[in-house]
Design a protein around this ligand. Structure first.
Ligand SMILES: [Zn+2]
Length: 403
């Protein structure tokens, strides 16, 4: 019997159910998705009309007072990680000495932005809002209210995303998305979490310092399914459309006994956000993200590029991507395809309104739709005896009628 981790336990209340035979819809999905893999080496995967652009959202550069790494280290790490884009979120006021990255550096598109904190002594206890696409030098001083900042983001063609959502209070603000995972929330928990995490940290710190382990091994071992964040997202999804992203809150500022724990090369992929857009431009990425055409992948564990969560309908010529809002109709089907990593076991969960509906250990899952609801997908990946979070889709909103 496989040992289940504590974070997987919440998803295991239902017995394992293997999927129905994929049938003709599954075959159609398979044939169509097979086409997705046929792209030139080095090019983004094609997902129907869109390309899969891998990047990182919620990243601090040397402009932030608590990010000692240089701009050139960040650029080289993003290039080395193969990121198509980085959405920066520097603390304000910015350090006057830094250069605002806003445009291509090598193959990576940097999009300037900032993080606004209101109240509380730490981001986890504050209203923290990411203003994607708002250059930090364009934010008025003194800093505006969260509602004004969200409005400014929208007028600048950008987005407002609630960060560290467990401490976020201002849900009535016009926000577009929220973090469903934050590496800082996971690694720097508050309260009782320390009682079981503390000894684990100490052991891993010793390994990092004295047993020549690398951050690439140590950090992934500490990540957990963000159960509280996901429950909060599910509650918000009952009230509104709101996209979810996983974020590294990358700073490259943690050292233990002289060893860098959180190099950008590691955190930028822990996790990444894949955006399904028509081209690699600021406007196309922001438009796609605003529509929820994106998924989170912990690509440091295994590359999730090409993951698909789509609906198929007789009335739509093309597959309907995640983030879409559709009406119930006869023959409507959901399809999930996972880029199975060689030799690693994974488990796919299809959820409706936050409750597991179907699980599978296979790359292709097909599900005939019988009820309206908010459908989303999670994938866990086995690492040793433990199960780690790997992929989080955005929802497909199935309504009885589209308003
Ligand atoms: Zn931050």
């Amino acid at each position: 019997m496989m040992k289940q981790s504590r974070q997987d336990a919440g998803l295991k209340r239902l017995p394992m159910k293997w999927p129905h035979s994929p049938g003709i819809w599954g075959l159609m999905a398979g044939i169509w998705l097979g086409g997705a893999a046929l792209c030139a080496a080095g090019e983004p995967a094609h997902i129907g009309a869109f390309k899969d652009y891998k990047g990182s959202i919620h990243v601090h550069s040397a402009l932030s007072h608590d990010s000692p790494a240089s701009i050139s280290e960040l650029i080289s790490a993003a290039n080395q990680a193969g990121l198509d884009y980085v959405m920066l979120t520097d603390h304000i006021p910015v350090q006057s000495s830094g250069r605002i990255l806003d445009g291509f550096e090598g193959k990576t598109l940097f999009i300037a932005g900032c993080e606004l904190l209101k109240g509380g002594k730490s981001p986890q206890l504050s209203d923290s809002l990411l203003l994607v696409g708002v250059r930090p030098d364009e934010l008025p001083s003194p800093a505006p209210s969260l509602a004004q900042a969200a409005d400014l983001a929208h007028r600048s063609g950008g987005l407002a995303i609630a960060a560290h959502p467990l401490g976020f209070q201002n849900w009535e603000a016009e926000i577009d998305g929220m973090e469903i995972y934050d590496l800082a929330d996971d690694l720097l928990p508050s309260g009782l979490d320390w009682t079981w995490k503390g000894p684990d940290y100490a052991w891993r710190a010793l390994k990092l310092r004295f047993l020549n382990a690398s951050s690439e091994d140590v950090l992934p071992a500490l990540i957990r399914r963000p159960t509280a964040h996901l429950q909060l997202w599910d509650r918000q999804l009952r009230k509104r459309r709101i996209f979810g992203i996983g974020a590294p809150d990358a700073h490259q500022n943690m050292q233990i006994l002289g060893r860098q724990v959180d190099p950008y090369t590691v955190t930028l992929l822990l996790p990444a956000v894949h955006i399904l857009a028509q081209e690699l431009s600021r406007e196309a990425l922001i438009e796609a993200l605003s529509q929820g055409r994106a998924y989170t992948g912990f690509d440091l564990l295994a590359d999730s590029t090409g993951f698909e969560f789509t609906a198929f309908s007789a009335s739509h010529a093309r597959p309907i991507p995640q983030g879409s809002e559709i009406a119930m109709s006869p023959g409507l089907r959901l399809s999930v395809w996972v880029p199975a990593p060689q030799g690693d076991r994974f488990r796919v969960y299809l959820l409706r309104d936050g409750v597991v509906l179907q699980t599978s250990g296979k790359a292709l899952l097909a599900h005939p739709l019988e009820h309206p609801g908010i459908y989303r997908v999670e994938v866990m990946l086995q690492r040793g005896a433990d199960w780690k979070p790997w992929i989080y889709s955005n929802p497909i909103y199935v309504r009885s009628k589209v308003p």
